[in-house]
Design a protein around this ligand. Structure first.
Ligand code: GDD
Length: 412
């Protein structure tokens, strides 16, 4: 792959944020190029083998899920965490059937679990991590909550990298590119604590019967503006380096995933930046992870070659996402009175009413959870957890017998 080198890197305490890097070509010729980084396919493939892709899903079109599953490169493991309806129609069952079918045809390693499975809640409770549980000890609704489940399963599989892909993508080829872009980012990284965030080249919309190749969405434009304002007011130097504040498509090294805190629902992505600024930025109050500080944290922002076409979820959904994003910024330790006032004014514009941003649920790092035990608990007790291993053909003649034999297997 041929990727532009970043023109500039903003250094904020231990956090290095690289400016946008465009994907110039999905493959490359291996030539020296002073303006671009040429990453050999073999290097990308090595990373793919150590990468799990987590697909959070809630009631999406099943055809879109199938396209996404078939697009994720074979060398990665796929972990689907579903919060889809079980009734009146069992959408989760349909998803499980699609996954089993794709696995049987491709032999790729695939896992699925339902977010509301009581055994999943119990596994978290048993392991002493109840920060994402509700009063019935079930995992709460929310994309972030599903992502945490996926990250733990990736850790149990021994993966070094975790990436995310939304299930509602209309273009399977773009999903494939996203995963390759993650791998390319990790090939460029010099720190074991790094994150790759994608910026879509275009997000096309239908305007008066024609496709209009829009560059920016309202949510990302607003989130980026205020994340940059946090940085600018802290350093005294204006910056526009952050362009991926809401990047749903992103990937982390497991080492970084282990030490991050996570905000709930859709605010998880902007909170990545807020957390890194607060804990590892210029004004960090105490150093908890000294090895991270000495290695530094790298954030890559890569512009994809493919456009992004996905399901549109409506105006109310956009407003909720904006409220989540702006709340994380408002509650940042770096947020001064000036930024707070600006955020409040922005919220009045968006919501058409005055609303003080709520405090977000913050889920502490998952690094101390015993991920193997977590997976073993699911393997032994959960009815919704299905783990289809690479290269093992599962003929689903008798599903019950199949599940029984699966459950008695050891998790290694
Ligand atoms: N497991 C799980 N649990 N998945 C969920 C949940 C949940 O409670 N809620 C939503 N999802 C899944 C959706 O089915 C989809 O696959 C993915 O999470 C993203 O949700 P969407 O509702 O499609 O979000 P969006 O397209 O408006 O926004 C996406 O892009 C933004 C900009 O990059 C999300 O990824 C945002 O987080 C992101 O900021």
């Amino acid at each position: 792959m041929l990727i532009e080198l970043p023109r500039h890197t903003e250094i904020f305490g231990s956090v290095k944020i690289h400016e946008l890097q465009r994907v110039l070509k999905l493959d490359s010729g291996g030539f020296e190029n002073p303006r671009a980084c040429d990453i050999a396919f073999e290097s990308i493939k090595k990373v793919l083998k150590r990468l799990a892709i987590v697909v959070p899903i809630k009631d999406e079109n099943i055809h879109l899920l199938e396209g996404v599953l078939r697009a994720i490169p074979f060398d990665c493991s796929v972990i689907v965490v579903s919060n889809s309806a079980r009734e009146p129609q069992d959408i989760y069952k349909m998803e499980r059937d699609v996954i089993t079918n794709v696995h049987n045809l491709t032999q790729q390693e695939m896992l699925i679990v339902h977010q509301k499975d009581p055994e999943l809640g119990f596994a978290f409770y048993d392991l002493g991590y109840d920060h994402l549980l509700d009063s019935d000890r079930l995992v709460r609704d929310g994309k972030a909550e599903g992502m945490i489940v996926g990250m733990l399963l990736a850790k149990a599989l021994g993966k070094d990298f975790i990436g995310f892909a939304d299930a509602d993508n209309y273009i399977p080829g773009s999903v494939r590119e996203y995963v390759m872009d993650y791998a390319a980012g990790f090939c460029m990284s010099e720190s074991p604590y790094s994150m790759v965030r994608l910026h879509w080249r275009y997000k096309p919309k239908v305007v008066e019967d024609r496709l209009y190749f829009k560059k920016w969405g309202r949510v990302s434009e607003t989130t980026n503006k205020y994340l940059n304002l946090l940085l600018s007011t802290s350093t005294g130097f204006e910056t526009r380096v952050v362009i991926t504040g809401n990047a749903g498509e992103h990937a982390l090294t497991m080492k970084l995933a282990d030490i991050m805190s996570y905000s709930t629902g859709y605010s998880i992505e902007p909170f990545h930046f807020v957390y890194l600024f607060d804990e590892f930025g210029l004004k960090a109050e105490k150093i908890v992870y000294s090895d991270v500080v000495s290695a530094g944290i790298e954030v890559f922002q890569i512009e994809t070659l493919n456009p992004h076409i996905h399901e549109e979820k409506g105006e109310e959904h956009i407003k909720n996402m904006l409220l989540g994003s702006l709340s994380t910024i408002y509650n940042s330790k770096l947020c001064n009175d000036y930024v707070r006032q600006k955020v409040l004014e922005e919220l009045v514009d968006i919501l058409e009413r005055w609303e003080k941003p709520p405090e977000m649920f913050i889920m502490p790092p998952i690094g101390d959870i015993d991920a193997i035990k977590f997976a073993k608990l699911l393997n032994a007790h959960s009815d919704t957890f299905l783990w289809l291993k690479q290269g093992i053909f599962e003929e689903k003649v008798d599903e019950e017998a199949y599940l029984r034999s699966f459950k008695t297997g050891t998790f290694e």
